[in-house]
Design a protein around this ligand. Structure first.
Ligand SMILES: *Cc1c(COP(=O)(O)O)cnc(C)c1O
Length: 338
């Protein structure tokens, strides 16, 4: 049914998505942060950590799967992270077969996590590219539907429902800060938020190491970046050289993009843990990190999205106990929260 996909998502698609996901992935808490006093301006946290599979990606996956015809043979994707979990969860809710394709190098815990959500896992080859080839073959030979992680109008519309919920609760917000990777989240949320509040300032945040969207915005077209390990592992990966939707929307709607060092992400995870008592992934903490690092001038009444909680608990424990963390060829020095 690819022909019937809207060329690009509009506000009406986000409003329709809100109806489709109601009671399954909506209405996450929006709480004042305990960091408000330290920062000197109000800060609210939208807690997508409270989603049933632990991250906001459930919204986009549910919205995309809800629109598939009953004749759908099954769904597939090649994400090992939160998108794979979301597709597995949404497929089970819809009663569809899900086959998540992964490289043989993916850690066993990730494979188990996805299987526990009821999906089949195909381990194939030694890279993400091999896994994507397998997913593409399932589409061609077995009639499966590939659900891409961010560059898809219905996925973007699903993520955009977060923007609706934030601006409906806080119509006089000054600044909205959004974790940024492939830009499906930022595109949808910014579209909804800018429609409801045209004067709103919207800031994307990525990590310095491998910020594909920022590099692409600077180049004026999608460009590849080298993928490296980061505390914000959910923000890794490219935006796709054939990007059709998320790049154009981010270019049109984001006022600024801020990049954080690993030490700043480390500190943000500690801040959310010790001050707001939250377990958050590095990629989910970057909004708080940008504020703590003073990278956003005069933010005023601010909200950010704490996007997920599916963190490696061994690494999380190192961070909150102030130990050094080694990521490939770099080591983030230990530091104690204060
Ligand atoms: C996917 C993801 C993001 C980034 O979303 P994009 O749509 O790729 O920009 C941020 N945080 C978490 C926890 C994620 O899983």
């Amino acid at each position: 049914m690819a022909e019937s996909l809207p060329e690009r998502p509009h506000m009406a698609d986000i409003l329709a998505a809100a109806q489709r996901i109601r009671g399954q992935a909506d209405a996450t808490p929006l709480l004042p942060s305990a960091l408000t006093e330290r920062l000197g301006h109000p800060l609210w946290l939208k807690l997508e950590t409270c989603q049933p599979m632990g991250a906001f990606k459930l919204r986009g996956a549910l919205n995309a799967l809800a629109q598939l015809p009953d004749s759908t043979r099954g769904v597939t994707c090649c994400s090992t992270g939160n998108h794979g979990r979301a597709v597995a969860y949404a497929a089970r809710a819809r009663g569809l077969r899900a086959v998540i394709c992964m490289s043989e190098l993916v850690p066993a815990t990730k494979v188990e996590g996805i299987r526990a959500l009821g999906a089949e896992v195909r381990l194939i080859g030694r890279s993400q590219d091999d896994a994507q080839l397998k997913a593409t073959r399932l589409v061609r030979e077995e009639g499966f539907t590939d659900i891409p992680p961010f560059d898809h109008p219905q996925v973007i519309a699903g993520q955009g429902t977060i923007g609706l919920e934030i601006l409906q609760a806080l119509p006089d917000l000054d600044t909205l800060i959004i974790p940024l990777s492939g830009g499906g989240l930022a595109a949808g949320v910014a579209l909804a938020a800018r429609t409801l509040s045209p004067g709103l300032r919207i800031v994307g945040v990525s990590m310095e190491r491998g910020a594909a969207m920022q590099a692409s915005l600077e180049a004026g077209r999608p460009v590849p970046v080298e993928e490296v390990e980061s505390l914000a592992d959910s923000l890794g990966g490219g935006i796709g050289l054939e990007n059709r939707h998320s790049f154009a929307l981010c270019r049109a709607l984001l006022d600024e993009v801020v990049l954080l060092s690993e030490a700043e992400i480390y500190r943000a995870m500690q801040a959310l843990y010790f001050e707001d008592r939250l377990v958050a992934e590095g990629g989910a903490a970057v909004g708080v990190g940008a504020l703590l690092a003073g990278r956003i001038a005069a933010p005023g009444r601010t909200a950010t999205i704490v996007t997920g909680r599916n963190v490696d608990m061994a690494q999380f424990t190192q961070v909150v106990t102030g130990q050094a963390v080694t990521l490939g060829d770099v080591t983030v020095p230990g530091q104690v929260w204060r």
